[in-house]
Design a protein. Structure first.
Length: 260
């Protein structure tokens, strides 16, 4: 029973950012804390449909996480995650090890405003500004008791659907036939957290989100550059074709003059 309580406590700490309280209804408690702490750190509303903690399988599954766009962007969600699964089997001693966090089927919106600012970067900046200060590390008793060290071996994101939205962005001479593009991203790893000695539990949740945002932003920017580069090439080719056409017309005029 003690082992079960330790695992439950760790899960609550990971999700709640250091809240040390064991509720009788763990699923609802964790769900509420994800919404509360997620909204606090990202500075935009976060909602969760359900949480399922399975001791027998050593897994925690979080279903339908929605992160609203930050202020200044559309009313669409920035992130919608179908399911997030934490594999907690074997998390029995400090630093406690989360073998894998799997994010399946996220829908991600990369939206750019008129100034070129991206919504995901705003979320990342909000997160960095609201991260825990790490003061808990300064007191050994707190670190060992109320704020244990954790390691996440792997974060995997699969079946991600990325939407690029350039509707508010002035692309200058590069005319886009459409300004919303849907892209399916390949499965990618966001790496590990807390290697080799572990990270204080109240910082792990934020670190996981930060890693995911870093990877998604990088892929979104790469896809955006690809779209704009293709359109730029088309524009250049159009100009080349126009110049060729003008030269051909001039050539025809000169030939006419020679034979008249």
């Amino acid at each position: 029973m003690k082992k079960v309580l330790v695992i439950l406590l760790l899960i609550v700490v990971i999700i709640a950012g250091g809240v040390m309280y064991l509720a009788s209804n763990a699923n609802d408690f964790i769900r509420t804390q994800i919404e509360t702490q997620g909204t606090k750190y990202l500075a935009t509303p976060v909602s969760v449909s359900a949480v399922d903690l399975s001791f027998s399988e050593g897994k925690l599954t979080i279903t339908d996480i929605d992160v609203e766009n930050p202020d200044g962007f559309s009313d669409e969600d920035a992130l919608s995650l179908d399911a997030v699964t934490l594999d907690i089997a074997g998390a029995t001693q400090e630093p406690y090890r989360i073998q894998e966090i799997t994010v399946d089927g996220p829908e991600i919106l990369y939206e750019v405003d008129a100034s070129g600012q991206g919504n995901l970067l705003v979320l990342k900046n909000n997160l960095m500004e609201n991260l825990p200060t790490g003061e808990s590390e300064s007191t050994p008793s707190e670190s060992e008791g109320a704020n244990p060290k954790l390691i996440v071996d792997e974060i995997t994101v699969s079946n991600a659907k990325l939407t690029l939205n350039f509707e508010k962005l002035d692309t200058g001479d590069i005319e886009l036939d459409k300004k919303v593009y849907d892209v399916t991203l390949p499965t990618f790893s966001a790496g590990s957290i807390g290697q080799p000695d572990g990270l204080p539990a109240d910082q792990v949740g934020a670190a996981v989100v930060s890693k995911m945002l870093d990877n998604v932003i990088a892929q979104a920017k790469a896809e955006a550059k690809k779209v704009l580069a293709e359109k730029a090439k088309e524009k250049v080719q159009e100009k080349i074709d126009e110049e060729k056409e003008k030269l051909m017309e001039k050539g025809k005029d000169k030939l006419k003059g020679l034979f008249n």
